[in-house]
Unconditional design. Sequence first.
Length: 208
Amino acid sequence: MNQKMNKIQNIIFDLGGVLLNIDYNLTREAFENLGVVGFDEMYSQATADKLFQKLETGEISEEDFYKELNRCTGLNLSPMEIQQAWNAMLLDFREESLDFLDEIHGKYKLFLLSNTNFIHMNAFNKIYHSKRRTKEFDNYFNKAFYSCKMGFRKPDDVCYACLINEVNIDPEKTLFIDDSFANIAAAKRAKMQAIHLLPGTKIEDLEL
């Protein structure tokens, strides 16, 4: 670990692109195949419109999300069609990265902070349990925070403040790891140290 990181007591991990392999293009292509035009303007790694922000902060139910998406697109897609297209981005867990969490768990307090929604939560938990496991996914962490349960999402400053206050950690002794530059910038505003995990890099490659 470099000198700047030598006082780290806590590490906060993102989920998608850090512990779970994802491909936004698969969801974009799936929606385009269903007739949705300009899906990138609605949702991407960098942005989410009001409908998807509501979904990721738990402000809209799964059923109402399906109805509103049809209203916005002018289509008449079934809930199953929308669900399958929305979940298409979710691939598989990085098993070596999960093993690495076990390795460092006694050294740091570990937390998860993920922008997600109840549709994806159901899906990635099924992916996780498609292999034999000795514990639940959330048990890798001292506490897991999901935007749809918190009511806030990254990179909103209040999202970071909520986590810091709830678990009573010192942000200056906390490392935040995410694959989104905007989320990294927000963590730095919250006085955390931060690592932008670039494509092709895994957490087990970091000197933690």
